[in-house]
Structure formats: structure tokens, C-alpha cells
Design a protein around this ligand. Structure first.
Ligand code: ZN
Length: 768
């Protein structure tokens, strides 16, 4: 019989219960027992919900108080020495200290690093490894949660992050070494966990090994074989399901097939083409779990299409070994569409969140098991919804499609090369100073926005408040002596939402929260239709700002790739196409800003790097359309208008050559934390345009001295021409306080001035 199962359920709760309880615990408002009780209540509710949805196999240990990779660190006793744990289990406070650092009671311990989980916007805690380090079982969470479920009548499938992926996700401290050297030391801990799970009565255990589906060396592939031979031997009574997702197995397929495990899960939403090669050689009697429901996006599935894949699977390997699942854990989608009261009913009919996706899995499983007739009603309703979306006028705007279709090479090029443009652009001193856009979003600013939202401020009162913030910030920047000013972005809640709210083709949910990291959740906008810009979005505040000062004020926009990357996007057209539509909307805004007299326009693309596909082979195609989207957005302006862009991330060198193709006049980038590496990149590669590698780290409240900034600038002078160098912080200032911001900027301006050539003393004109 085919089985309906799930890889993981979002832990946060329909009303963000986990966030509230965790933050209350952190601030000392509730005791530990209350937090643990909230956790248990949520787990029970989620198990019940999944059983009621009709799933045959429900996950456990997918719940986490912060992050599952951190849970795995705790499980394996991979606790860095600075947390002072001298043995025994990892307690809750040590666990949170690893996630957040501690600054209390005379202790000052930094948190572990955090980074993006593959190509999602979820961040995991990066394990820290030392050469020759040991591991020990230091958390019984997987077993405890299995037993907790069992006591409630749920026979669950515990989920662990697999040992090879766990090691590959970590970083090596001090001396670099091959993390897989640690595998032999780590495996016995996994062996012990599996043995305990078996003793507790578990049948199936899921081991997440998404890393197996990425580009892998032969040595790495060999490590998978070694790991699973060891585990299969340690826990012969258990059935292991190795779960891959986010990419196709491709070159790893032979390795995956040879693993001595009872089952394999593959992501057919991301990589449907892996099905045929898999089916061709899949051994009899082994489970193949097909992920056919998109765990990364919010659309209702096309059940007929998914069913076609499943039926091919059934034909080849039989119904008994076929499992049906979402493509990956449902962690990346909101919990329940039923909570949405304000979404347009058409649009709502096209969506599915975690709970609705489980119903889809169950419908498909029944169709495979009992035939299509058994679920004829569901299939028909689904086909109707799919057809209505396909043809809806709310989605398809012929004018937008026509305009996008007519984009040609000439729309992607500025009139002249940078060297020519530069001569017509603003006259600025050497080492011009500027900031990245936002100034502190104080409690006062957030309160005003909330009051507007709650109707306690009229739009007029709110606008007056924003105008006053802008005027005040401009004055401060003039007093500091900055060269290119910004308005401060006080009117923006979020750099994507602000634009999404003003564009056609976007919708917003009330409760569509997904975890970004820890207790930080985000509510990504939903791009459901063709995108266009009904009217100017930023011209009003930019021109107001420019009217208040004689210095140039930068117009501030978010770029097409970043808007795409931080939203739930359409799955009915390629991302490249949506990016193009977004680019055209931004292009309109750029033109309007220019027409309104704004001479410097910055289009932020902080997410360009993170949009890189997981496999190298797909990079060139992505970079091609991403760069073209930026160029389409920015190339309509005259030579005299200076285009800036901003990016922030540390692995900049991956895309260093791409920024030249973007052809912005000026790019500012984060570099304060990855400075030397970045400069090495510029040593080998001569960037032609202007660039502002951030001179200090805005993620910390620390105020850099002028001397430090001078030193940073001097390092840049070694690899860049003076006339190329801009002086700016490494990102926006919205998370900082005013005092530290002003102090840091004062030092920054002073540093730039120190580097400028001293003007020659005025002398009497030479006589004849
Ligand atoms: Zn940034």
C-alpha cells in the first residue's frame, strides 16, 4: 500500500505561540516549565493535525526550540568550549546561549554563526568543528519526542539531520581541515541514537541528507557510503529513509541507490527529471518517497500532474514501495490558509499552506491506492481551481506581457560607457562619503507606523511625522559633512514589502509567517500575477528630501532580483520572467525619479548572491537573467544620472565578475567582516567602475575610530584607484541607535577627509 507521509511540520504554531513563549522565557517573564509546556502543546497539536489530515506516517523531532542543526549540535555534544559545558546533557540555557550568545552576570560569550539553509531564507546555526574533536550523546531529544508522541498514541517517524550533511554544514575553526575527517568519531553517536530509538519502538527513521543532492566530490560521496553502512549495521532492526531535497540527485544517484537503507526520498518539484533515471534502476523491495507537493511555495498543486508522476512510479516499482510526500519539510511555508480572512477569494482558492498541502498528499495517496475514482471530487475541484488560475484576468495582464516580450538588447544598455558617463555626473571630492539608505528605525518611528495602522494617526499626521524625520536626518547629514545624502527610509517597514504594497500583482497575508531564524519570523509577500506599477512609489519622499538640501540626495529602490528572492513567487512562469516584469516596474520608477530631478539613484540588490542556484552548472543562466533584470531596471537614464547599487553578503568573490556586467556607476558592498578576502579578489581582478567597500560593520554597536577607517581605506587604495573609492558603512543603519550612528559617521567623514589631497594654498597669479 502506498503511504502518505510528511518530512517536517513548522513548529511555530498558528498564532506564533512558540515565539511568544520563547521570548517571554528569555526575558525572564515565564519559567522554563511554561516554555516546555508550550512546546509540548504545540507538538501534540501538530501530530494530531497531521493524523487528522489522514497521514499514515507523521514526523517527530522535527520540532525545535531554535533550529534543528543546533539540536544536532546538542545531540552530538558539539558544544564549543566557550559555553563552559563540562559534561552532562546540553541544558536549555546552554542551548540558547549557543544560538544567541550571553551578555549577563559578567559573562560575555558570542553566539555561534548563522547562515542560510541551502537556498531558503531560513537560517541555521553553523556547527563549529575542531580537528580531532570528540562527540558524545548529549541530548536525548529525538528519543524523548518519539516517546512523548507514543504516549499520546502517535507512532511517529523520528527525523534527524544526517551525519554527512551535518558535517558538511559546519565550519572548521582555526586550522582548516576536511570536516569529513570527523565522520568516524561522529557516527557512534548516531548509532547510539538509532539504537535507543529502536529500543523505544521506532520502525522508520528519516535522515535528512540534502547535501547529497548538491555537487559532490568522489571523496564526499564515499563518505555517504561509509556512514550508512555503519548505521545500517548498528541498527539493523530500524528502517532508514534517507531524504534529499532542493535539488536532483544527478551525479549522486549511483551513490544514493547503493546506500544500504530501506528508502530514499527525492524532490520531484525541484527536479522532476530525476524520476526516470531513478525508476529505471530502482531495486525491488526498497521504498521510494516521491516529493510531489511543493514544500517551498504556497500554491495549490496541480494534482493531475503530480498524479501522473506517481502513477509512473507505481507502474515501475509497485504500490507497496511508493510513498507520497511534500518535496521537503513544510518549515518553509505558512501553517494554515484557513486563518486568512482578508485574502481575495479567487486568490485564496489558488493557495495551499502546510495544512492544505497535507490534504493534497493524502488525496494523491488515495488516488494511487484506490484509483482516481476514489477521489474524483477532490481531483475535479482541484482541476477547476488550476484552470481558473491559468486563465484569470487578475493574473494575466496582456499589456505587461506585451511590454516584457518586446524588451530587446537596446533596453539593457546605458547610452555610454562608465568612463564617459562619469564626466557628466556629479562633481564630488575624492573619496566621496555616503550611507546605504536607512537611518535608525527608532521605537518612535515604529510606533507612528503602528498608530497609522490602528487609525490613531491620520495619514496627514503620519506624513507630517515622516517629513519631520527626513528633514531632521538631512540636517544631521549636512552637519556631518557627508557628500551624497539619503532621506533615511523612515516610511518603509521593509524594503520588499514597501514596494510590493504599491505594485500590481502582489498580495499580503495576515498570518503567513515563516521562520527566518530562531524567533524571528517573516511574512513574505506573494507575487501572484503580472507585475506593473500603477503610479510612482518613491518620488514624493525623494523629491521632498531633495527640496530640503542643496546636496545631492540618492533615490532609493529595491532591485528586481531581491524583490523576487524575498517573496513567494509564481510557479506558473519562470522566475526570470517575473524578474523581468519587476525590472520594468522599477525602470518606470527610475525614470520618474530622474525626471523629478534626482541625480543619484540606488537600486539595492542584497539578495543577488543568495539567489545563486545550488548547483554550479546552473549559475551562468541565473546570473545572466539576474544581471539583465538589473540592467533593464537601470539603463534608461541619461549619462548624467549616477546609478548606484548595494549588495551585502560575505562570499562576494563568487560573483565579483558579475558586478561589472551590472554596469552600475557605483556599487557599495559589505566588506567590513570579510575585508581581506574581498581585497584579494580585487587584486586579481580589476573592477572598472566606482566602488564603496563598507568601511565599518553596522551589525555591531561598536563605533570605529577614524584611524581604523583610514587604515581600511588605505588597504583599498592598494588594489583600487583613488578615483574609484567611495566611503560608506557596509549596510543600512536602520537597526542601529542614533548616538552610535552619528559617532561612527563623524569618524568616517573625518577619515575620508584625511585621505583627500590637501588643496594647494591660494597664491597670487603669476605675473607676466
Ligand atoms: Zn546591505
Amino acid at each position: 500500500m502506498p503511504i502518505a507521509h510528511n518530512l517536517g511540520f513548522p513548529p511555530l504554531g498558528p498564532n506564533r505561540e512558540l515565539k511568544r513563549a520563547t521570548e517571554a522565557y528569555w526575558s525572564g517573564k515565564i519559567p522554563r516549565a511554561d516554555l516546555l509546556r508550550t512546546g509540548a502543546t504545540l507538538r501534540a497539536a501538530h501530530w494530531r493535525l497531521q493524523r487528522d489530515a489522514g497521514l499514515d506516517l507523521i514526523p517527530s523531532n522535527d520540532f525545535s526550540y531554535y533550529d534543528r542543526v543546533l539540536d544536532t549540535c546538542a545531540m552530538a555534544g558539539a558544544v564549543p568550549a566557550r559555553y563552559g559545558l563540562s559534561g552532562g546533557p546540553v541544558d536549555l540555557d546552554t542551548y540558547f546561549a549557543m544560538a544567541r550568545g550571553v551578555q549577563a552576570g559578567g559573562r560575555d560569550v558570542t553566539a555561534m554563526e548563522m547562515t542560510k539553509w541551502f537556498d531558503t531564507n531560513y537560517h541555521y546555526i553553523v556547527p563549529e568543528f575542531d580537528r580531532g574533536q570528540t562527540f558524545r550523546l548529549a541530548s536525548s531529544k529525538p528519543v524523548d519526542e518519539f516517546q512523548e508522541a507514543k504516549a499520546l498514541g502517535f507512532h511517529t517517524k523520528p527525523v534527524l539531520i544526517g551525519p554527512v550533511t551535518f558535517l558538511l554544514l559546519g565550519k572548521t575553526r582555526a586550522a582548516a581541515f576536511d570536516r569529513l575527517e570527523l565522520l568516524d568519531a561522529l557516527l557512534p553517536v548516531y548509532g547510539e541514537v538509532l539504537a535507543r530509538l529502536a529500543a523505544a519502538g521506532a520502525t522508520w527513521v528519516q535522515l535528512d541528507e540534502p547535501s547529497l543532492a548538491l555537487d559532490r566530490t568522489p571523496q564526499e560521496l564515499a563518505a555517504y557510503g561509509r556512514a550508512y553502512r555503519f548505521l545500517a549495521e548498528r541498527a539493523p532492526q530500524l528502517k532508514l529513509l534517507v531524504a534529499t531535497y532542493f535539488a536532483g540527485l544527478d551525479d549522486s544517484l549511483p551513490t544514493a541507490r547503493e546506500l544500504p537503507v530501506a528508502g530514499l526520498h527525492v524532490d520531484l518539484v525541484r527536479a522532476p527529471r530525476q524520476l526516470d533515471p531513478l525508476l529505471k534502476t530502482w531495486p525491488k523491495g526498497r521504498v521510494l518517497s516521491l516529493g510531489v507537493i511543493d514544500g517551498r511555495n504556497v500554491w495549490r498543486a496541480d494534482l493531475a500532474a503530480a498524479l501522473a508522476l506517481l502513477e509512473r512510479g507505481r507502474e515501475r516499482i509497485g504500490a507497496d514501495e511508493l510513498w507520497v510526500a511534500p518535496s521537503c519539510s513544510l518549515l518553509h511555508v505558512p501553517v494554515d490558509l484557513d486563518l486568512e480572512r482578508r485574502l481575495d477569494p479567487d486568490l485564496k482558492g489558488w493557495l495551499a499552506f502546510a495544512k492544505q498541502k497535507l490534504a493534497e498528499v493524502v488525496t494523491l495517496t488515495r488516488a494511487v491506492r484506490d484509483g482516481r475514482e476514489a477521489v474524483a471530487g477532490e481531483l475535479e475541484a482541484n482541476a477547476r481551481a488550476i484552470a481558473s488560475r491559468r486563465s484569470s484576468r487578475r493574473i494575466h495582464d496582456p499589456a505587461v506581457k506585451q511590454r516584457a516580450g518586446a524588451v530587446g538588447d537596446r533596453d539593457l544598455r546605458r547610452a555610454s560607457p562608465h568612463a564617459t558617463r562619469r564626466k557628466q555626473q556629479l562633481r564630488l571630492p575624492l573619496f566621496p562619503t555616503t550611507t546605504i539608505g536607512s537611518f535608525p528605525q527608532t521605537a518612535e518611528v515604529r510606533a507612528a507606523r503602528k498608530q497609522l495602522h490602528d487609525g490613531k494617526l491620520t495619514p496627514q499626521e503620519y506624513d507630517a511625522f515622516i517629513a519631520e524625520q527626513i528633514a531632521r536626518t538631512l540636517k544631521l547629514q549636512e552637519d556631518l559633512g557627508l557628500d551624497v545624502l539619503v532621506h533615511g527610509e523612515f516610511e518603509r517597514n521593509d524594503m520588499v514589502e514597501y514596494f510590493g504594497e504599491q505594485l500590481q500583482g502582489f498580495a499580503f497575508t495576515e498570518h503567513g509567517w515563516v521562520q527566518s531564524y530562531g524567533t524571528r519570523y517573516v511574512k513574505p509577500p506573494l507575487i501572484y500575477g503580472d507585475v506593473s506599477r500603477p503610479k510612482p512609489m518613491t518620488v514624493r519622499w525623494s523629491t521632498y528630501a531633495q527640496s530640503r538640501t542643496a546636496k545631492p540626495v540618492k533615490g532609493m529602490l529595491t532591485g528586481p532580483v531581491t524583490i523576487l528572492q524575498w517573496s513567494f513567487v509564481r510557479d506558473d512562469q519562470p522566475r526570470a520572467e517575473t524578474a523581468k516584469q519587476l525590472a520594468l516596474a522599477i525602470r518606470d520608477e527610475v525614470k520618474d525619479l530622474e525626471a523629478a530631478g534626482i541625480r543619484v539613484i540606488q537600486i539595492d540588490e542584497p539578495a543577488l548572491r543568495e539567489g545563486l542556484p545550488l548547483k554550479r552548472a546552473e549559475w551562468p543562466a541565473y546570473l545572466d537573467w539576474a544581471v539583465n533584470a538589473f540592467r533593464l531596471a537601470t539603463s534608461s537614464v541619461s549619462d548624467a544620472t549616477q546609478i548606484h547599487t548595494h549588495m551585502c553578503y560575505s562570499e562576494f568573490n563568487d560573483v565579483i565578475r558579475v558586478i561589472e556586467k551590472m554596469d552600475a556607476d557605483v556599487i557599495s558592498i559589505e566588506s567590513a567582516r570579510s575585508g581581506s578576502e574581498l581585497l584579494d579578489g580585487f587584486r586579481e581582478y580589476k573592477y572598472p567602475n566606482e566602488i564603496g567597500p563598507g568601511v565599518y560593520d553596522i551589525h555591531s554597536p561598536r563605533v570605529p575610530s577614524a584611524a581604523e577607517i583610514v587604515a581600511a581605506l588605505q588597504r583599498m587604495q592598494a588594489v583600487l584607484h583613488d578615483r574609484q573609492i567611495w566611503v560608506n558603512p557596509d549596510c543600512g543603519l536602520k537597526t542601529r541607535g542614533w548616538d552610535e550612528t552619528l559617532a561612527a559617521l563623524r569618524n568616517m567623514v573625518q577619515a575620508a577627509r584625511q585621505l583627500r589631497p590637501v588643496p594647494a594654498p591660494a597664491s597670487a597669479p603669476a605675473g607676466g
